[in-house]
Design a protein around this ligand. Sequence first.
Ligand code: NIG
Ligand code: FE
Length: 419
Amino acid sequence: MARILFKNASEVVTPQGVTLQKGAKMADLLVIPGGFVLTKDGTIEAVGDAKALESVDVTDCQVIDCTGKTILPGLVDSHTHFIFGGYRENEFNWRLNGESYVSIMERGGGISATTTATRATDLDEFLALGRKRLASFASHGVTTVEGKSGYGLDLETELRQLEAMARLNQEHHIRIVPTYMGAHDLPPEFKGRPDEYIDFCIREVMPKVRAKDLAVFCDIFTERGVFDLAQTRRYLEAAREMGFGLRMHADELFEGFGGAELAGALKTSSADHLLKISEAGIAALEQGGVCATLLPLTAFSIKADYAPARRMIDAGVGVALATDMNPGSCYSESMPLLIALSTIYMGMRMEEVVTALTLNGAAALNLAEETGSLEVGKRADVAVFDVPNHRFLTYHFGVNECVLTMSGGRIVHQRPGAF
Ligand code: NIG
Ligand code: FE
């Protein structure tokens, strides 16, 4: 792999470090006017200003002139469900007509509709759909994407979703971090028997996922009417025992369920959604060092109140932002819309959003030592935006300004005519 030099950027912008950035630290970015980033063999070799570049030997480099553009670390989308069959545009229209996400779920739509369609989707189709969706993530500057199973809910389909991600990981240069999410919903075969279904996940599925090395994390939908706290604890403790990292969908739909409190007690890598988090839940995340992964596109799509990002950051919590791209509650991978919502409606500063979409997303996936910032030795994950500084990413809202994405040293997206 050649050495590639991105130079003359109007700004190189990055958080710094190898751990979750909490509270006030989230706004602490390194901003280098006129900066450069040099990559070699998939790794960042040097970063600095024009003066520092003078002492670097650049004779054999491929040069990308970034005049007028801003360079960020490659974005990390740390919560998605991008491998699924079928679509639910009908439900979206019912919601436009006033029906709620919960009432659609209660009358058999929602996740179970996608489960039926996903069970009927074969591996080749997952691969074809997955390629298209990965290209779209890449076009938004994303270099690492988490992907969950959880639309099969039976052994074969869960393994097929995960197998699809493993294959895509071989052929595509965006890194995929796979999560087993058997406990996403109760499948029809286990109606009225959630404890037995949790047993099935623990005894029949998790060991096979482990043996084939198909997932890094296990995730569960902890919510009234889905899986309760005792079931969550049992599922996640078994997962931890088998060597998986832990994450939770918590406090999305109903108040006072205690999901975040449990995430704090279990010290999961991440607790996600948190629209209805309590003050005790915020304190528990802070004490447990748990990343709060907020998903504003979902709140927007289901017309719910946004997660209290400002209160969490002010309480010292480390926040990540992700899309939650899925066919039901949030069929969008739009980073520009996510940035607009988190700054305009959630009280986050653009600097905090940069950290939330890079280093903290990486930390939520236990990858902060490898990616999430532009620092020597980290993976060459780079996103270039056609804006004069990072504040334009919210000011010019709703417009995708990403013109180049490099993942692991390879260019996976480049807008024609941008350079
Ligand atoms: O993260 N909340 C649970 N799971 C998904 C929604 C899945 C769906 O509606 O298909 C989420 O929003
Ligand atoms: Fe989700």
